[in-house]
Every structure is written in C-alpha cells, then in structure tokens.
Design a binder for this molecule. Structure first.
Ligand code: NAD
Length: 488
C-alpha cells in the first residue's frame, strides 16, 4: 500500500516518483476545475527541473531490472491491470467527467478505449517476437531481436485524460522501457489513479513515474540526455515545437497534433443514419476530440435537407453536467476556452457564414463553461472558422457541387487526421479512399478512430514523426532492434 497519499493536506497533488508520492519542488500551483460547476477540485503543482531530474533518475534506476524482466512476466502485470481497470470502470468514468466535463457515456467509452490499449500491451510476447532467416549463406544464420530504448516520456492533452496516457505507458512499459508521464495540468487526476492501480497490479517502483506541471517539465524532458524518446499528444503548435526540439536533442519523437476533420455527405446518403452520427461526432465530448467532425461537406441537392436535419437534431441535444442522465453535451474545458469559442462564433458571423443554430443562446443552469451546439452554413475556405481548429461544439457546413470538389476542399486543410463519407455508392467510396489526403477514414460512420491494435495515423499537420501511436507502429517506436548474424 502507498506510504504517502497522492494529495497533500493542503490539497496539492503530488508527483509519483520511484514508487512514492512526493511533494513537487514547486512554488506555483494551478487550480484544477470541475468544468461543469467551476468548482476547484484540486491544485496541481508546476513542477520544476529538479522534479524531472528525480523522476528520470528513478526511471533510469528501475530500467536496469525491468528491462531484464522476462516478457511474459511483464505482460502478466498488464493482465492484472486490465482486470483492475474493469473493476474500477465506473469510478474512472466519473473521474473523467469530473475533471474533463464530457458526458458519462463518452467517459465510459473512453475507459473502454484505454482498457483496449492495456489488452493490446498484454499480448507483448507475440508483439515483441523477432524474425529469423536460416542459411543466409553457407552455415550462416541471421536474426532480429527487439530491445527497449530506456527511459521514455509521455506528454498528454486534457481531452482524453485516460485514453491518451494509455496509448503510451502500457505499451512502452511492456516493451521493457521505464516511463515518465507529464499529464495535462488541466486534467491531472486520472493519471494519479492510473498509477495507483498499476502499482496494485504489481508494477515495480520507478517503472512508471508522474511529474505534474506544464512547460518547464516538458522542456526538462526534451533536454534530458537520459530520456530516449518522447510521445506527445496535444495542439499543433506545441506538437511541432516538441517534435523539432526533442529531435534536435537526439530523441525519437512521435507528436500527434490538432485536426479539422471533414465529413462528406453525398446526395444518396441515408440521412436517418448520417445525421445522428454527425451530431454525435460534432458535439460529443463538446467537440473536444481530435477525431471530431468539425466540417460537413454537403454535396449537391442534399444540402438543405441535411442542414435542416442537423439543426433539428441539435435542438434536441441535452446540455448539462456530464453526470446527469441523458446529457450529451457537457461544458468545454475552461472559461478561457468558452470565451475563445464565443469569439469564433462572432468571427464566423463577421466572415459572412450563416448562423443556423446559435449555441450562445442555450441556457444552462450552472456556473460551468457551457457553449450550446452551434452550426454555421455556407462556410467557405477563405474563412478562419473553416481553417482553424476551434475544438468546441461548433460545426461548419460547406456546400459543393460534386465529390471531386468535396475531396479537393478537404485536401486544402493543413490538418489531416480523419475524414468520413456518407454514401451508398461503391465508386464514391473508392474515389474517396484513393484521393482523400488524410490518415483515418470513415465510411458511413462518424468517428473513425482506429482500435488499439492499429496505428492512430494522422497525416500532414496532424502528426509529426514517422512511427504512429498504437499497433505495431507503437511497438516499433518503443523498441530498437539487434541484428545477429551467426556462423555455427
Ligand atoms: P496543449 O497543446 O495545450 O497541451 C498538450 C500538452 O502540452 C499538455 O501536457 C501541456 O501541458 C503541454 N504544453 C502546452 N503548451 C506548452 C508549451 N508552450 N510548451 C511545452 N508544453 C506545452 O493541448 P490540449 O489543449 O491539452 O489538447 C487539445 C489538443 O490536442 C487539440 O489540438 C487536439 O486536436 C489535440 N489532440 C490530438 C490528438 C491526436 O491524436 N492527433 C489526440 C488528442 C488531442
């Protein structure tokens, strides 16, 4: 059991270093809010270089034993972890709602996605197999073995406080690495619970470490010579910065960034199927998903019916505290983010888009950071509301005449995480698949996020690096290979 608590008597979150909760060497703390009520639920330290030093030292020390621990024994810890996460499913989902604001249903789904990553990691004995070729020349055999890198670090965003850390540390650790996690300072609580449960599953001290904070911690991890690789997920400017800087410091980097995902709706689409999917993809998790649908491209004659259908479905959305029954749309993460979203709505009107549904008028009986579902029609690519990631419940509709125009429009975006099409036409689906410039495609579904055993494969300014998170890419990212050539 834990020698110390994860929170100090003053309500300050502690760092998890070397198997113990330690007060950060911080002089500054940030409030952590419940976004549905604006209540302060914790205080997170802005840890310093010294805290990073301690965490990396603990991870480096633990690596010596952990990297030699037999792979099936490592995997067994994740079997136990999987069961513990299942046992704590409801508690974890409630914690996600509390610090992030999303609906309980979305949070419940997030826990499921995280558990799938742990299940994938538990198949390490198969994932870590090498390759051999006997007889490459007379009496000569050759083979490849996989080895861990050492200490690796993860830096995560606020919007998936459980799933995104679980994209990283289970796989990195089961591959034999030790890990330092820097969770989002806006949603730091889930990480605490993940560490406690992993300790309960039997993970040795120092294999997973958590350092709370913001820029200074990130900088410390980027510059630390012992950190071999960095996995980053967050906004595009920070992803580009982390990729560049960490690579300049000789590290392997995967940096997953922002998005502006287009959903093409063809004239033959089944709107009874498409509209609920688009509504959920645009407004679920308050639009704060990197796979959210933020632009609908209406092709030809379907536009009027589609916009009308989206508006009336959006009118039915229940807005409120994510813990209340039937709520689909919770708050956005912070008051500043709500204000930024309201500015984008003003901007869209100034730019000449038609505001079909105005989420500013929705009244929610709470102090939280709410913005109602907002829909703009007649959006054009010259507008900032088309170009920028707003990351909020604001949906733009662009009208075009043909599928070619729809694809060309989507391909003009600098972002390319995902794209979807709603149609029953095989030739339209094929054309879309072949010509769209994005890495995760959906056909007649709203959120085409791949499962844990496939790579999360954004393109263009949605991803910096070459090996993506998850799947076999993730295994390759967290390992290095030894080639053995032997005459025996
Ligand atoms: P963010 O960039 O503000 O923060 C992400 C992480 O970077 C946090 O841990 C934060 O502390 C750190 N950070 C922030 N500013 C920094 C700076 N100047 N220097 C160093 N570190 C800094 O992102 P966010 O708002 O928490 O998350 C939302 C963003 O993440 C959206 O853009 C979303 O599209 C993206 N995202 C992408 C994916 C994907 O798979 N591509 C998945 C989830 C979220």
């Amino acid at each position: 059991m834990h020698r110390t608590s994860s929170v100090s008597v003053a309500g300050h979150l502690r760092n998890w270093i070397g198997g113990a909760w330690r007060d950060a060497e911080a002089s500054e703390y940030l409030d952590v809010f419940d976004p549905a009520t604006a209540e302060v639920i914790a205080q997170v330290p802005l840890s310093t270089q010294q805290d990073v030093e301690m965490a990396v030292a603990a991870a480096a020390e633990a690596f010596r034993e952990w990297s030699k621990t037999p792979v099936p024994r490592r995997a067994r810890i994740f079997f136990r972890y999987q069961q513990l996460l299942v046992d704590h499913w409801d508690e974890l989902a409630r914690l996600i709602v509390r610090e992030n604001g999303k609906s309980y249903k979305d949070a419940y789904g997030e826990v499921q996605r995280a558990i799938e990553n742990v299940e994938f990691a538990a198949s390490a004995p198969t994932l870590l197999m090498g390759e051999q070729l006997a007889n490459i020349a007379t009496s000569l055999d050759s083979g490849m073995y996989r080895y861990p890198l050492g200490v690796v670090a993860g830096i995560t965003p606020f919007n998936f406080p459980m799933m995104v850390p679980c994209w990283m540390f289970p796989l990195a650790i089961v591959c034999g690495n030790t890990f330092v996690l820097k969770p989002s300072e806006r949603t730091p609580l889930l990480a605490q619970r993940l560490a406690e449960l992993l300790e309960e599953a039997g993970l040795p001290s120092g294999v997973l470490n958590i350092v709370h904070g913001a820029r200074e911690v990130v900088q410390g991890l980027i510059e630390h010579p012992t950190v071999r690789a960095i996995s980053f997920v967050g906004s595009q400017p920070v992803a580009a910065y982390v990729y560049r800087e960490a690579a300049a410091h000789g590290k392997r980097v995967q940096a997953l960034a922002g998005a502006k995902n287009h959903t093409i709706v063809m004239p033959d689409a089944d709107l009874d199927e498409a509209i609920p999917q688009i509504i959920s993809a645009a407004f679920g998790s308050a639009g704060e998903r990197c796979m959210a649908c933020s632009v609908v491209v209406a092709v030809g004659s379907i536009a009027d019916r589609l916009v009308e259908g989206l508006k009336s479905a959006a009118d039915q959305i229940r807005i409120g505290n994510g813990l209340d029954e039937d709520v689909l749309l919770g708050p956005v993460i912070r008051a500043e983010h709500r204000d930024r979203t309201l500015q984008y709505i003003d901007l869209g009107i100034q730019e000449g888009a038609v505001l079909v549904r105005d989420g500013r008028q929705d009244r929610v009986d709470a102090n939280g950071y709410f913005v109602g579902p907002t829909i703009f029609d007649h959006v054009r690519p010259s507008m900032k509301i088309w170009q920028d990631e707003i990351f909020a419940p604001v949906l733009s509709v662009v009208r075009v005449g043909t599928l070619d125009e729809a694809i060309a429009l989507a391909n003009r975006s600098r972002f390319a995480n995902g794209a979807c099409i709603f149609t029953n036409s095989a030739s339209a689906i094929r054309k879309f698949r072949e010509e769209i410039d994005a890495g995760m495609l959906g056909v007649n579904i709203g959120v085409p996020a791949p499962m844990a055993f496939f790579p999360f494969s954004g393109w263009k300014d949605s991803f910096y690096g070459d090996l993506h998170a998850n799947g076999k890419d993730g295994v390759a990212f967290y390992t290095r290979r030894k080639m053995i050539t032997a005459r025996v």
